[in-house]
Design a protein around this ligand. Structure first.
Ligand SMILES: [Zn+2]
Ligand SMILES: [Zn+2]
Ligand SMILES: [Zn+2]
Length: 263
């Protein structure tokens, strides 16, 4: 069954964020609010069912305050880079609000990295005063359903690192990648809205450029596509003016109506 959901872009910036510290370039000093980019993350709200956060960016606290996020039913991780995990400690607040552990979904490699990066969460040592996020660990290695919402992980390459995109119904979120392996193309069949990594115009060893991203979008053939994870090289208005019909730069706070698959 397909039900409507809303996706909010909590952050659309690369690992440094935009503006970047100590940069006075035209984009970092722009007054266009769409040129302010926190670190990349989305929030998927399936009304009356689930509120899903994809990645815990270092800006999670600010993102939750800005968008009035008061509940997390699940967290999905795409990969373990710092700009996608370092806000994990903020989950403590949701533990307190909701009175329990938060279900978190990641592949085996990402869990291994999370256990190293956040050893205080996993070492079992009691700490005076508490202060440790409570997580429910779910290791994923294929499509899964939680509370009725069906999620299809889409394996991607991010340089030499295998990472996950996620498909929910007719919408796919594919951040931090520069290659879609042959076996993942069928997982994108029939997708109507795609969110895809597009770092900048110049080539990069682990991210799609804008031109490469547009090429992938033409091959997938969605109705609409949104680019994310941009550096300060890409001013919002100027870059958008160069994109083909149906392709746009995302921006922080953009909300999309999508369809997700539920049981
Ligand atoms: Zn700059
Ligand atoms: Zn990354
Ligand atoms: Zn990233």
């Amino acid at each position: 069954m397909i039900v409507p959901a809303r996706v909010t872009f909590l952050g659309t910036g690369t690992s440094h964020g935009v503006p970047m510290i100590a940069c006075d370039c035209a984009v970092c000093t722009s007054t266009d609010p769409r040129d302010k980019r926190l670190r990349t993350s989305i929030y998927v709200d399936v009304p009356d069912r689930q509120r899903i956060l994809v990645d815990t960016s270092p800006d999670l606290r600010q993102q939750a305050l800005t968008h009035g996020i008061d509940r997390l039913d699940a967290v999905l991780f795409t990969h373990s880079h710092a700009d996608h995990i370092l806000g994990l400690d903020e989950v403590r607040r949701f533990n307190a609000i909701q009175g329990g552990a938060i279900p978190c979904y990641a592949d085996a490699a990402t869990w291994e990295a999370l256990r190293r990066a956040f050893s205080y969460i996993f070492d079992g040592v009691p700490r005076l005063g508490g202060g440790v996020p409570e997580l429910e660990v779910h290791e994923i290695d294929g499509p899964f359903t939680f509370h009725g919402v069906r999620v299809v992980p889409v394996p991607l390459w991010h340089g030499r690192m295998p990472v996950l995109g996620f498909r929910f119904g007719s919408f796919a979120y594919l951040t931090d990648c520069n290659r879609i392996p042959d076996e993942s193309w069928p997982l994108l069949d029939g997708v109507r809205i795609v969110i895809l990594d597009a770092l900048r115009e110049r080539p990069h060893p682990t991210h799609f450029t804008v031109a490469e991203a547009v090429g992938v979008i033409e091959k997938v053939g969605p109705r609409r596509a949104f680019l994310t994870h941009m550096t300060h090289d890409l001013g919002h208005a100027a870059t958008n003016a160069t994109l083909p019909a149906g392709v746009e730069l995302a921006y922080d706070g953009l909300v999309l109506d999508v369809d997700v698959d539920v049981e």
